[in-house]
Design a protein around this ligand. Structure first.
Ligand SMILES: [Zn+2]
Ligand SMILES: [Zn+2]
Length: 381
């Protein structure tokens, strides 16, 4: 679904008012509900077109949209929606009744007049006040071993949070509640608009009082009545053992502060796990390579290897071939549901490249002993 308003109207970003108007006209006629009775897709499309036009035809809203990707400005709109939607507009979950929060309830009315829910005079629309704060996403880097054994990390988050000065009320202490001057207490501002589809009465929620009809006499001096301020918070995160690259941890209620008593959003932390120079991790198993001398492979040996939890000795049986795999059970990564992965060791046999005179003689003797007639000129020594 297109979420770019310019895309919805099929115009360029720099389109002038006439171009926008003409594009809207064409599309509104094409997708008018009278021509598509019962077609929900068309209805949705028509809604989109109207919302796009409502915003792009208004100089102030268009500028805000261009700047923040939304019409409600940085404090309200430039954030993920409470339901985790991405930045900007999302028409799939577009809440037309809440649209007035952005300063233009008008469209809801235009829409209602098309779809039978014509606006009745008098009834004051009240914006539901409490809203859940948005979720926040963050990433942190942790070391290979920290992912395996767990760790504690601290990160700093800057987010809109409840204004402590007014405790989210938006007003100064002992401030009287008075009738909103902007709307005269009605909570909405009505106007008659001439549209291509006829004359329509539109009503938008009063921005001053948010549809309440009443405002505090003295706005909070810290948050200017918005009830929220940008705050920095240092957050400790306990990272459990066994997490992997890309694991996301949710910290409930550590996201943006709720609005007017709404719940806080959540904080989602995605982990970027660094590599190890000794081990490769594959799920809950750990892989490493063990280089042994050809004579160890032939004669067998007992050697020390490094595991996640320190050194451990393993037996190399005589006659071990290159690429042979040994498994040490329980030396991998702890599994979330209990149990532990394994440590898998792959043998790499190293052939000596340089031999001393004495070594050369001994190898030649051995070659004769096993019945090999070594053609010396064919060898690289
Ligand atoms: Zn008002
Ligand atoms: Zn405040």
């Amino acid at each position: 679904m297109a979420t770019d308003l310019y895309e919805i109207l099929g115009v360029k970003r720099g389109a002038n008012d006439n171009e926008i108007k003409s594009a809207y006209r064409k599309l509104a006629l094409k997708w008018h509900p009278d021509k598509h009775k019962g077609d929900q897709e068309a209805e949705k499309k028509f809604k989109e077109i109207n919302v796009a036009y409502e915003i792009l035809s208004d100089k102030k809203k268009r500028q805000q949209y261009d700047t923040f990707g939304s019409t409600s400005g940085p404090s309200g709109g430039f954030q993920r929606g409470g339901n985790g939607q991405a930045y900007g507009f999302d028409f799939g979950g577009f809440d037309f009744s809440g649209y007035s929060g952005g300063g233009g309830g008008g469209f809801a009315d235009i829409f209602e007049s098309f779809f039978g829910g014509a606006t009745q005079g008098g009834g004051r629309r009240k914006k539901s006040a409490a809203r859940r704060g948005s979720d926040i996403e963050a990433r942190i880097n942790i070391a290979f071993e920290e992912a395996i054994f767990g760790c504690e990390k601290e990160l700093e988050i800057t987010k809109p949070d409840l204004c402590q000065h007014c405790n989210g009320k938006g007003s100064e202490k002992n401030s009287q509640i008075v009738t909103c001057k902007t709307c005269g207490g009605a909570g909405e501002i009505r106007s008659v608009k001439n549209t291509i589809l006829g004359q329509m009465t539109t009503a938008r929620t009063c921005e001053q009082c948010n549809g309440e009809g009443k405002v505090p006499e003295k706005l909070c001096t810290v948050c200017s009545g918005t009830t929220r301020v940008r705050t920095k918070e240092r957050i400790k995160v306990k990272i459990p053992a066994g997490v992997d690259n890309g694991t996301t941890i949710r910290l409930t209620a550590k996201g943006e502060g709720g609005i007017k008593g709404g719940q806080n959003g959540d904080l989602y932390i995605t982990l970027d796990v660094g590599p190890s120079d000794k081990f490769i991790r594959s799920g809950n198993d750990i892989h490493s390579q063990l280089k042994i001398h050809v004579l160890q492979a032939i004669l067998g040996d007992e050697v020390e290897i490094e595991t996640l939890r320190g050194k451990q000795s393993i037996k190399i049986p005589p006659g071990t071939e290159d690429g042979k795999v040994f498994k040490i059970s329980g030396q991998g990564v702890a599994k979330q549901g209990g149990g532990t992965g394994d440590h898998i060791i792959k043998i790499k046999i190293e052939i000596p490249k340089k031999l001393s005179k004495k070594q050369k003689e001994l190898y030649e003797e051995l070659a004769t002993e096993v019945g090999l007639d070594i053609k010396k000129s064919g060898l690289f020594w």
